[in-house]
Design a protein around this ligand. Structure first.
Ligand code: TIU
Length: 221
């Protein structure tokens, strides 16, 4: 494999082959980015998660230009809620309840879908997941194998929950992950910053992190 791109990152340069790298956008759903959805119902202010939409869009445009594999994920459940563990239902967020954007975190509802600015194109993968990690109870591993993907560039929300869980799952499966710092957000800035440190500490214990500008500079060279 020729690694034809090198991005400045922490803890050291992230090298990847564009043909074996996918751009992942985790859960940029209205339910996490707009008032009245799951994120707010859990007691959070959604302004931080909403604020990264333009940053993610810039990288999405660049990834489309380079014909990278693009994978969008959505956290959510069946309309009959049969796939919601009791432990998750109990912990709030109003899963299945009627809200201003439809039934919260339920597939097919307006709030469950991806925001207008980042709507997937027909040739892009949309992966529905019931949990926090994108590998749990999904066919992500099979898709990555079939498409010969070795590295993941990761964006989305929230940094400390679905983004971190997915990067940890990917790392254990042998994928090299670059997390884009300004293309991820948590409701609380501290959770976001702590996550960045957790990922790139100990020589990149489970990944690399960088501001998206460094990736865009490299892709535009
Ligand atoms: N609560 C929270 O921070 N996140 C989630 O429940 N899901 C995702 O991170 N997508």
């Amino acid at each position: 494999m020729t690694k034809n791109y090198k991005v400045q990152a922490k803890p050291y340069e992230f090298e990847f082959d564009i043909d074996t790298t996918a751009f992942m956008i985790i859960d940029m759903q209205r339910d996490f980015l707009y008032p009245g959805g799951f994120g707010e119902k859990l007691g959070n202010d959604v302004s931080a998660t909403n604020s990264i939409i333009p940053n993610v869009k810039k990288v999405l445009d660049a990834a489309r230009e380079k014909n990278m594999l693009i994978i969008h994920t959505r956290e959510g459940h069946r309309p009959d809620l049969s796939d919601v563990p009791e432990s998750k239902a109990k912990r709030g967020g109003g899963i299945g309840e009627e809200g201003p954007m439809g039934r919260i975190l339920v597939r097919g509802e307006y709030g469950h879908d991806i925001v207008d600015e980042l709507q997937p194109k027909e040739n892009e993968v949309v992966l529905d997941k019931p949990g926090k990690g994108a590998f749990y109870q999904t066919d992500l591993e099979s898709i990555l194998r079939n498409k010969n993907i070795k590295s993941l560039i990761v964006s989305g929300v929230t940094t400390h929950v679905c983004v971190q869980t997915t990067i940890r799952e990917a790392n254990d499966r042998g994928y090299e992950c670059l997390m884009l710092e300004d293309c991820c957000a948590a409701f609380d800035k501290r959770d976001h910053e702590d996550s960045i440190r957790m990922i790139n500490q100990q020589g990149g214990i489970f990944g690399w992190t960088t501001p998206s500008e460094n990736l865009l500079d490299e892709l535009n060279k």
